[in-house]
Design a protein around this ligand. Structure first.
Ligand code: PAF
Length: 290
């Protein structure tokens, strides 16, 4: 496996392979790789001739009060995981390389970024959209894979690829979970033992909502009430949102017609957890979905 640090060397490597007709798969990450990333890397490995994983803790998607300086950076383990999974290139640019003096351009996807994570973290999605656009421009992948755990992020990436004609196929892979349902995340290591014990409640609340919808209940107020009641089992969890939304626009629904996505975010001490469940009412014909 090769480690590439400069944007110029990365672009040259991709350019050479593309000219030879090699298909390039890409998994963008911020490192601290876990089994969720591993499943993206494995899926990308199966679907492309050459595989690039980027490891870049992107400063522009953190607000000044967030955990940029303490975000885990276990680079030796990350490289070992990439090597084990047959990654060809680990792209590890510096912040200076991606945001040099004089950098100005930002990418925003206003409607999809307005609610939920976008409301809780105002500059987050501009940072994500900008860095993903830049990484696509440098790596020039044919295919890029994202985890469904960050449902809103994946929706936004799909939209920007379409809007900006970037010509990258986007695949979103299922969330990888711990045995008790907690969605894997690089930040889970910060949960105390007590917080870790109650963290799966978010998954349980979303699953309760999913079961109601699959059981034929379409009234969103009722579904949200049951999800909130599930969370009340642990008064130390602060619910930021538990919502039933349109799976494409992410706008809140009042009635579930055929499909929905249940989105949730909670705070446990200083840690935020997010999760989601896409759902479909069995037997109903769906309207257009992506
Ligand atoms: O999901 C992530 O790890 C990041 O938001 C991404 C897509 C790598 C952009 O920094």
């Amino acid at each position: 496996m090769k480690t590439i640090r400069t944007t110029r060397a990365m672009a040259a490597w991709s350019e050479r392979l593309r000219r030879e007709g090699v298909t390039i798969g890409f998994v963008p990450t911020m490192g601290a790789l876990h089994d969720g990333h591993r499943s993206l890397i494995r899926a990308a490995r199966l679907r492309s001739d050459a595989l690039v994983v980027s490891i870049f803790v992107n400063p522009s998607q953190f607000s000044p009060t967030e955990d940029l300086s303490t975000y885990p950076r276990p680079i030796t383990n990350d490289r070992a995981l990439c090597r084990e999974e047959g990654v060809d290139v680990c792209f590890e640019p510096t912040a200076q390389a991606l945001y040099p003096q004089g950098f100005q351009t930002i990418v925003t996807v206003p409607a999809l970024a307005r609610r939920w994570e976008g409301a809780a973290r105002p500059h987050h999605f501009t940072g994500v959209a900008t860095v993903v656009t830049k990484l696509f421009g440098i790596v020039r992948p044919n295919l890029a894979l994202f985890g469904q755990k960050d449902y809103q992020q994946a929706a936004l990436v799909r939209q920007l690829v379409e809007d900006l004609n970037l010509g990258v196929a986007i695949q979103v892979r299922p969330t990888v979970r711990e045995r008790d349902g907690l969605a894997m995340s690089s930040r889970n290591i910060y949960l105390s033992a007590d917080e870790r014990r109650i963290a799966p409640l978010l998954f349980q609340a979303l699953r309760a909502g999913q079961e109601m919808i699959e059981g034929g209940i379409s009234d969103v107020a009722m579904i949200e009430q049951i999800m909130c009641q599930t969370m009340e089992q642990a008064p130390t969890i602060h619910v930021e949102y538990l919502a039933v939304c349109d799976p494409n626009s992410l706008e809140p629904l009042s009635v579930v017609a055929d499909r929905a996505v249940l989105l949730g975010a909670v705070r446990l001490g200083s840690i935020r957890l997010i999760d989601n469940r896409p759902v479909k009412i069995p037997g109903r014909k769906s309207r257009t979905t992506r």
